[in-house]
Design a protein around this ligand. Sequence first.
Ligand SMILES: Cc1ncc(COP(=O)(O)O)c(C=O)c1O
Length: 426
Amino acid sequence: MTDSTRRRPKPDVMAIGNRRLKPATLMMGHGYDPALSEGALKPPIFLTSTFVFENAAAGKRFFEGVTGKRPGGAEGLVYSRFNGPNQEILEDRLSVWEDAEDALAFSSGMSAIATVLMTFVQPGDVIVHSAPLYAATETFIGRILGKFGVTWLDFPAAATAGEIAAVVEAAKAKGRVALIYLESPANPTNVLVDVEAVRDVRDAAFGDEKPPIVIDNTFLGPLWHKPLAHGADIVVYSLTKYAGGHSDLVAGGALGRAAPINAIRSMRNTIGTILDPNSAWMLLRSLETLELRMSRAGENAEKVCGYLRSHPKVEKIVYLGFLEDARQADIYARHCTGAGSTFSLYLKGGEAEAFAFLDALKIAKLAVSLGGTETLASHPAAMTHLSVPDERKAALDIGDSMVRISIGVEDADDLIADFEQALAAV
Ligand SMILES: Cc1ncc(COP(=O)(O)O)c(C=O)c1O
């Protein structure tokens, strides 16, 4: 038996004739060869901190890959801070959803984002980003990278190509632009970023050394939004949300072309932000039902929002299925294949009305986070965005009457009955 037949899975079946298999099909077996694990249909959880080399030369070769002395990464498993079978299978399967060359799994969405940012920034650099971003991402860029002399300039998520270009030019005047960081739709405003316009602006503004475009695809990915196809270079995820999908794990991911992913892998190897094998295994199970769960949640959200939209106690709903702004609708048509299941509900009144509604819910749980099988509701102004200054909250329309809802996979009519009785209690 040669080294390669022992250590590598059999070639995967990715197509039948001319038919390329869909991600939903590949999630059941891609990247795993039962022959390598005593024939087990499902991969075992590899709880080991280190891997035995067949001989010293193999150990040397693997380390040459791990340390970047030789391109192409590690040929085999070395040490669990670098990689492991569960994580590698997960990474292969994550890549499938966005047709990415490679992917990495992280211990949380934030450790993925922090590792990606630290890979590309140097002291004195400027980060250009869309706004708003997930609060911890803003904190990491502003307060933590700021300690190392990194500065930032932002543009509103809805900005036009001209507005984005003006911010990029201002950033170039400040210093080296390390990367352009996007979040679409933005949390919690649900505003979409025109990724194609950002790519065109970036390509026109920079020569050979183009800063990578990184995008947080947590809210619509990987089913309804595939930004690598629209010009992004690296996609990051909180896999805690839709990908994990059961509100029982915390994980993150980064996907893209092999070269930037290799650079990010080196940083992950050094600082140890890799996902643990148990959570990786749980994510493999989650990905088998990802399309089913996200499709059902999306259909439920459409029904629930259709009901809530015309309710007399509702001021408005910010849901991607109801876009009125022509430019946002155009971005949606070019970039998205579904409206997701996370939206904002604005009640008539203020905090008292919003709290009465939240406290009366019987099926939906009062908790932050999103993308799980169960419906969650929260109050951004008093919870996730409590620390945001008042004027910024006002600019982002994070008012006291705003409730954030993530619809799950329950029966849609049961959910409507719950919202109906909770609105009656307001
Ligand atoms: C859009 C977005 N990005 C990143 C994160 C951070 O992910 P995690 O909590 O898995 O670290 C979150 C968490 O809510 C998020 O909503």
